[in-house]
Design a protein around this ligand. Structure first.
Ligand SMILES: Nc1ncnc2c1ncn2[C@@H]1O[C@H](COP(=O)(O)OP(=O)(O)O)[C@@H](O)[C@H]1O
Ligand SMILES: [Mg+2]
Length: 373
């Protein structure tokens, strides 16, 4: 929406002006930044499409006072200052509309014109997403630093005592060593998970897809976790379904996914809590659902919505004690997404949880026959 050519121009000049005007408004409307021009009476005289979309302006905003079009005292003030010859202004504010948007506005004076007089141009950029990303990054750094500090402080403290005055009692000494070992393990897990997240976030990250025998993946993972399970008096049972073939996936990613799910099942099931099961069943003709089922502490409906977020833990104290930092499921979710699969949880507090992963069969991808029976 731009204004018409001045009425007093001769006909030929009129048509040139109109063409120029057309070009000008097409260019303005093609811009992704919002643009507005305000005159010396503080009225909005030009807007482009992006501005009208960002501010959800109703038709007929032209010629109206700026403070009625956008109710933002700071913006009014910035235009007033620029119009009174105070150079340029840059400001950021939250525009309250259907959804709050963070807007960055640059206000610059326009050259004076005998026909128009004084005017100022405002370039409005919607920086909501950028600010959200900034905040997420800061939260992530704060969380990661906090998680790194706890084990580091513990290791330093115990190591210092060992150097200065090692306890004579062999039992106490062994306790110190164990504590240092436990915290070092925690550090190592955290760093491995952070590296995995960086790898996943990297735009050049690619999975190595091949036909993978799920049973062999699960066998490797169960073997890795057998000691952890038996220390808790739990048994791990994998029930495979013979008619299910191989999946089209990245073997390393599958190992990380199921290791995390099984580890959680063990961690969040009280000792002696019976059996943890992995079951498979076909889903349609081209997919398979693999479920990790425990009869542990369970997860409330509210928490189920958040457990896939980075650093989210239902019970911080308990999880930390068990060496968790709340990154496992976020990595699992990202890997399953990369695999083109899906993951869901169903759980009842005090009853147990089931995490189900849906994967594509290699056969469905035209990658070889189903596994021989
Ligand atoms: N099988 C489960 N049973 C109960 N709670 C679980 C289970 N798996 C995950 N959780 C909850 O989800 C949170 C996030 O899991 P995860 O990302 O793997 O982090 P953590 O490092 O704490 O294991 C855990 O802290 C726990 O509260
Ligand atoms: Mg975990």
């Amino acid at each position: 929406m731009t204004e018409p050519a001045p009425p007093h121009a001769p006909p030929l000049q009129q048509s040139v002006l109109a063409a120029r005007q057309n070009l000008f408004s097409t260019m303005l409307d093609a811009m992704t930044d919002g643009v507005m021009v305000v005159d010396d009476k503080m009225r909005v005289v030009v807007t482009n499409r992006a501005l009208r979309e960002i501010l959800l302006l109703p038709p007929g905003s032209h010629g109206r006072p700026l403070n009625q079009v956008v109710r933002q005292a700071g913006l009014d003030e910035a235009f007033a200052q620029v119009l009174s010859g105070e150079g340029t202004r840059n400001l950021e504010f939250v525009h309250r509309g259907l959804q709050d948007r963070v807007l960055d506005v640059l206000v610059v004076p326009l050259p004076d014109h005998e026909h128009w007089g004084h005017r100022a141009l405002g370039v409005v950029r919607d920086v909501t997403e950028r600010r959200q990303l900034d905040r997420m990054l800061m939260d992530f750094i704060a969380n990661a630093s906090h998680e790194l500090r706890t084990p580091t402080t513990a290791i330093l403290g115990y190591a210092e005592t060992l150097v200065d005055a090692a306890p004579k009692d062999p039992q106490v000494l062994a306790g110190f060593h164990q504590t240092i070992y436990r915290h070092a393990q925690r550090l190592s897990t955290l760093l491995a998970q952070l590296l995995e997240l960086c790898r996943l976030d990297d735009e050049t990250y690619r999975m190595h897809f091949e036909a993978v025998d799920l049973e062999s993946v699960l066998a490797v993972v169960v073997e890795q976790l057998a000691d952890m399970a038996s220390e808790s008096g739990l048994s791990l049972q994998v029930s495979t379904s013979p008619q299910l073939g191989r999946v089209w996936a990245d073997r390393g990613a599958l190992e990380i996914v199921f290791a995390n799910l099984l580890q959680n099942a063990i961690k969040y099931t009280p000792p002696g809590g019976g059996r943890i099961e992995v079951r498979m069943r076909p889903e349609g003709t081209s997919r398979v659902q693999v479920s990790v089922i425990d009869s542990g502490i369970g997860i409330s409906a509210e928490d189920q919505l958040r457990i896939f977020e980075r650093f989210y833990r239902v019970d911080r104290g308990r999880s930390r004690h068990m060496g968790g930092v709340g990154l496992g499921l976020s990595i699992v979710k990202q890997l399953v997404d990369h695999l083109g699969g899906a993951i869901e949880v169903s759980s009842q507090v005090g009853r147990g949880s089931t995490f189900s992963v849906v994967l594509t069969l290699a056969e469905a991808e035209g990658r070889g026959p189903a596994k021989a029976l």
